[in-house]
Design a protein around this ligand. Structure first.
Ligand code: NI
Length: 250
């Protein structure tokens, strides 16, 4: 049994969630952590988790919300976390310097405010970091938090830093891409540091790259991991679920 630790369930992406769940069940993927990233997406993820035993959620404000959120939104976020048992972490939160137009200082402020909430509520965080590795590391070091580095694709050296700080690495379809050297990096790391995610509807693994992603495709990521570590799929599921338990306690 596999768990998709990071998927975006939003109506704009999927007409029928039940179909997505059924497809996933048919491929031995039976737990989901729905990731929120905005006010609407957070509400939808919570709703889905309250209606389905097998759905958990992390909620938070993605750095692309840095120009729009208000402090009242953050108070509301905290309230939602406290009042909903299926919220098991805060995310995705972090820094994205890839695109122009997201104010860096505002991103940092939003990131730190949410790290404070995570620290206070003793919840793990799910980190989005794009073209912002050093700032991400420096800021995370200021807080007593652990969690997952979502969509990790960095170097071996960076991986070791995150791991030493108590983080697991979220591995998705990128590991199957022919132009990625992520599998080389992972082969030098212990599998106890990894969790599997699709980031659906994005980052569809080979051989379906380019199509809309779904949680069922965890299987293709797991297959790649089983090749890298030369272990069978069952072992991959056993170890990655144990890793998930360490972070999210599910
Ligand atoms: Ni995501």
């Amino acid at each position: 049994m596999f768990t998709d630790t990071h998927c975006h369930f939003e109506k704009q992406y999927y007409d029928n969630y039940n179909e997505v769940f059924q497809n996933a069940f048919n491929n031995n993927v039976s737990r989901f952590i729905a990731c929120g990233c905005s006010k609407d997406a957070n509400a939808e993820a919570i709703n889905l988790s309250n209606n389905n035993d097998f759905v958990y959620t992390t909620i938070g404000f993605h750095p692309d919300q840095a120009n729009f959120y208000t402090d009242k939104d953050l108070e509301e976020l905290k309230k939602l976390i406290i009042t909903n048992k299926k919220v098991i972490g805060i995310g995705e939160i972090g820094l994205d310097y890839h695109y122009d137009g997201y104010d860096k200082d505002k991103q940092i402020t939003l990131f730190e405010k949410q790290l404070k909430i995570a620290e206070e509520l003793k919840l793990p965080v799910v980190i989005h970091s794009r073209d912002a590795t050093q700032n991400t590391i420096d800021i995370l070091k200021k807080y007593n938090v652990k969690g997952v580095i979502h969509s990790f694709s960095g170097s071996f050296e960076v991986a070791k830093i995150y791991i030493s700080m108590g983080f697991k690495l979220g591995v998705n379809g990128v590991v199957t891409f022919k132009n990625s050297n992520l599998s080389d990096t992972l082969s030098k790391l212990d599998i106890s540091n990894l969790v599997l995610e699709t980031d659906s509807p994005y980052l569809t693994p080979e051989p379906f790259r380019g199509q809309k992603n779904e949680s069922k495709n965890i299987l293709y990521i797991a297959k790649k991991i089983s090749e890298i570590y030369n272990i069978d799929l069952e072992k991959v599921s056993e170890i990655t679920n144990k890793n998930i338990k360490e972070i999210f306690d599910i």
